[in-house]
Design a protein around this ligand. Sequence first.
Ligand code: ZN
Length: 232
Amino acid sequence: MSAQEKALVLFSGGQDSTACLAYALDRFSHVETLGFDYGQTHKVELECRDALRREISQLHDWGAKLGDDHTLPLPALAEIGGTALIGDGEIKMMENNLPSTFVPGRNLLFLTYGAALAYRRGLGVLVGGMCETDYSGYPDCRRDTLDALEQAINKGMESDMCIDTPLMHIDKAETWALAHELGGDALVEIMLEHSHTCYRGDRDNRHAWGYGCGNCPACELRAAGYEKWKAS
Ligand code: ZN
């Protein structure tokens, strides 16, 4: 099996990374997953990962393709601080038009660590849920940023790594549609029940679109996307 048939999915346990995991299992012969523990305020996403992996491995022939799960601690991000995802800060829009949940350069770090792990594991493709369509305008989610990073990684590691971003140009409704296309109602059900998006870590309130507080920016985006998909 060539490295280009083997993928490492950046897998946080959220809705987008779960869709990415299904995409990778559909497309590649061997798939491993990577999560980061960077002292985020809510570790609930990380706790959802096991359940998602277990349930998804029951679909199609995906159990045979799903390989190891990895978690890397990145406590340095918490040391730098200054974001509502890691401290106690309020979730709001800041003067630079970025939400207070922005962690500067986070995806650059994630992908660079991911590339180093993939290199060691002989995996040629990094799959990430970055999206420039409707996700808060994070500059490290844009495809031109990732093209530059892919080039830097391959120069710096003398590798031929590919950064695959299947959600880059689709919105949240289309992400649900993609999940349905890949795994039918069963996958949609798994995502609703076990994937986690809420910035406040709420797992008590269950809505049609899954668990969450219902009024943070992540919940609002998830709810709107789900309802748009259901209406389509
Ligand atoms: Zn929420």
